[in-house]
Design a protein around this ligand. Structure first.
Ligand SMILES: Cc1cc2nc3c(=O)[nH]c(=O)nc-3n(C[C@H](O)[C@H](O)[C@H](O)COP(=O)(O)OP(=O)(O)OC[C@H]3O[C@@H](n4cnc5c(N)ncnc54)[C@H](O)[C@@H]3O)c2cc1C
Ligand SMILES: NC(=O)c1ccc[n+]([C@@H]2O[C@H](COP(=O)([O-])OP(=O)(O)OC[C@H]3O[C@@H](n4cnc5c(N)ncnc54)[C@H](O)[C@@H]3O)[C@@H](O)[C@H]2O)c1
Length: 451
């Protein structure tokens, strides 16, 4: 006989953890099932450890700019402090006891194991079965997707999980995939002295973002010594006990390590979603604007395909929690999803790219300016590569998308995210005062070119 509780949460990614704690604090009986670590990918294998690596790698890059700006600076990279910080500060050596205690401290109950739906509101985890009176919330996230390249399976390749656990920077590294994971980690390791080659199937790096962003980044990465092979797919992978050989159509790459960063996959069938009528051949579930996928079943986070970011998971968690508690609040909207790839320069973007806006049939007007030609970019000197690109719906006179590449590109993005989110007329944006000499002041230059 299943045990009856108010809410069952399957997967404790960032959104699931926040929602489960909130509902338990509100007095509901909450069971959360987690198969790995409470907190999910972000704190243990994703955002946090990767950004610690990047912080350290950027410090090295900035030190290397000293000779051009401020005299002598010699740099001797050591990955040890990064590895120690990731263990001691970020992941507690991949131990989630603090997070688990934080959740149980709210009154929630944590069940370790793999859960699946056995009925409309029934979830089984090992020997235990629960029926949810109010809601089942799915937050099972994604796993690294490993392409079926001949020879790859069975080799000791890295995914992001092994890469962030590295104790030293490898001598050489081939990265498959030039998305956010591949590029962030490729540049970070390269700055620690690793010889890095990146293989990307699409014809440019960071393919979902504006071509100008990928081109700018490619220029910087190539300048730092990374070898970029775009429009290329690995045909075969071999490991001989000491290193990898990756065969491309026109050459072979050799490296001590291989990082597979070719995207993520969900496992909707494994979750038993067919039992509630969800098409499990699709890559993602499709919740409504309150995050409901069926009566009493909610889905949040990466598995919804609305943006594989912690902030989207948290945003959706807040909406689902409100709905379960019967509280009023705005529905989910996705016209202004911000995202930042934390390379140097950072690539911040919000809303639609120019191509996406045109595909939607909008009357598009765009403008772009480069950061080095802005006042602050020119003052900044070395490390100033970047651009601002605006995408306007010319009929409505509002921005529907924008990109900020450059030093602190993710912070510059904030002004553009407000503009796209609140649909501030571009005329009104042009009438604003932009502090001199900031990086965000280049937005004013771009607005000037829009009209
Ligand atoms: C290297 C890397 C860097 C990243 N950097 C950033 C960044 O800078 N900024 C950003 O916003 N995002 C970043 N992300 C993305 C971010 O990690 C995810 O968007 C975020 O973790 C939210 O995912 P989620 O809540 O959907 O699920 P996840 O974090 O994947 O959590 C899902 C949880 O569900 C558990 N689970 C799965 N199936 C079951 C089951 N059947 N039963 C029980 N438990 C189950 C899993 O063990 C996992 O703990 C990064 C990701 C990676 C890999
Ligand atoms: N800063 C951030 O917010 C951040 C950082 C890292 C990851 N993430 C999230 O994590 C998720 C996964 O990131 P990702 O970079 O793995 O996925 P991705 O889908 O963004 O990029 C994967 C890349 O691999 C390429 N590719 C696929 N198969 C290939 C093959 N066989 N050979 C060569 N290239 C191939 C694709 O064309 C694509 O460019 C994304 O949702 C992303 O949003 C976010």
């Amino acid at each position: 006989m299943p045990e009856s509780v108010d809410v069952v949460v399957v997967g404790m990614g960032p959104g699931g953890e926040a929602l489960a704690g909130r509902l338990a604090e509100a007095g509901l009986s909450v069971v959360a099932v987690e198969s790995r670590l409470v907190g999910g990918e972000c704190p243990y294998y994703g955002c946090v450890p990767s950004k610690m690596m990047i912080r350290a790698a950027n410090a090295l890059a900035e030190a290397r700019r000293v000779p051009a700006l401020a005299g002598d600076g010699s740099v001797a990279p050591d990955f040890g402090p990064v590895a120690r910080r990731i263990r001691a500060e970020a992941t507690d050596d991949w131990n989630d006891q603090v997070a688990a205690d934080r959740f149980t401290g709210t009154g929630g109950r944590l069940v370790r194991g793999t859960a699946m739906l056995t009925g409309p509101r029934t979830v089984r985890a090992g020997e235990q079965e629960f029926t949810a009176r109010r809601a089942v919330v799915l937050n099972s996230g994604t796993e690294p997707a490993v392409p079926p390249i001949p020879g790859l399976a069975g080799t000791p390749f890295w995914t992001n999980r092994e890469a962030v656990a590295a104790e030293e920077a490898p001598r050489s590294l081939v990265v498959l995939g030039a998305g956010a994971i591949g590029l962030e980690l490729a540049q970070a390791f390269a700055r620690f002295g690793t010889r890095v080659a990146v293989v990307e199937a699409a014809d440019r790096v960071l393919p979902p973002e504006e071509p100008e962003a990928g081109d700018t980044l490619a220029g910087v990465l190539t300048g730092e010594g990374l070898a970029l092979h775009t429009g290329a797919r690995a045909e075969r992978v071999d490991h001989d006990g000491t290193g990898f050989t990756v065969a491309l159509p026109d050459r072979e790459l050799r490296a001590e390590r291989l990082l597979v960063a070719t995207g993520r996959r969900t496992d909707l069938a494994g979750l038993g979603l067919a039992r509630i009528g969800v098409d499990t051949d699709r890559p993602f579930v499709e919740p409504d604007e309150r995050m409901r996928v069926a009566d009493g079943v909610y889905a949040i986070g990466d598995m919804t395909g609305k943006g594989g970011f912690t902030h989207v998971s948290m945003y959706q968690a807040a909406i689902a929690a409100r709905d379960i508690l019967g509280e009023p609040g705005p529905p989910a909207e996705y016209h202004a999803v911000p995202r930042v790839t934390f390379t140097d320069p950072e690539v911040g973007a919000v809303g639609l790219t120019e191509a996406q806006a045109r595909d939607r049939g909008l009357t598009v007007r765009t403008a772009a300016v480069t950061v080095p030609t802005s006042a602050r970019g020119w003052i900044h000197g070395p490390g100033n590569e970047g651009l601002i690109k605006l995408v306007e719906d010319a009929e409505r006179g509002v921005l529907v998308g924008a990109t900020a590449v450059g030093p602190h590109g993710g912070e510059v993005l904030s002004a553009l995210a407000v503009a796209v989110h609140a649909e501030v007329p571009t005329e009104r944006l042009r009438a604003m005062i932009y502090a001199y000499p900031t990086f965000h002041r280049a937005i004013e230059d771009a607005l000037g070119r829009l009209h």
